[in-house]
Ligand binder design. Structure first.
Ligand code: FES
Length: 106
């Protein structure tokens, strides 16, 4: 399955710069010809910890993402290791959202 990089675009994440993150990720993925789809997402429920980005089906969740974190995230999308320092979300919330994504409705 093609990797999908979901970038939350709801109010809280947007107020912390998620729109710019979405645009930058889209551009860089295209520049590097990565086989990754960058998509907006309505809300992951971790609003106070945003901007939130979830990589699926790998199920990597990156919280509080800043522009300067993007090179590492792009490297992980290119097959590098997950950016574990940004994986700070409560496991219960992660499981809930991953179960939702597993339904294939997005
Ligand atoms: S606003 Fe981004 S997780 Fe809710």
């Amino acid at each position: 399955m093609k990797q999908i990089c979901f970038v939350c675009q709801n109010v809280d994440c947007k107020s912390r710069g998620s729109e710019r993150l979405l645009n930058e990720l889209s551009n860089k993925v295209a520049e590097r010809s990565l086989d990754v789809e960058v998509k907006s997402y309505l809300c992951f429920g971790g609003c106070e910890y945003g901007p939130n980005i979830v990589i699926y089906p790998q199920k990597n969740w990156y919280a509080g993402v800043k522009l300067e974190d993007l090179p590492e995230i792009l490297d992980s999308l290119a097959g590098g290791p997950a950016v574990s320092r940004l994986d700070t979300i409560d496991p219960a919330l992660k499981e809930m959202i991953y179960a939702l994504l597993d339904t294939g409705v997005f």
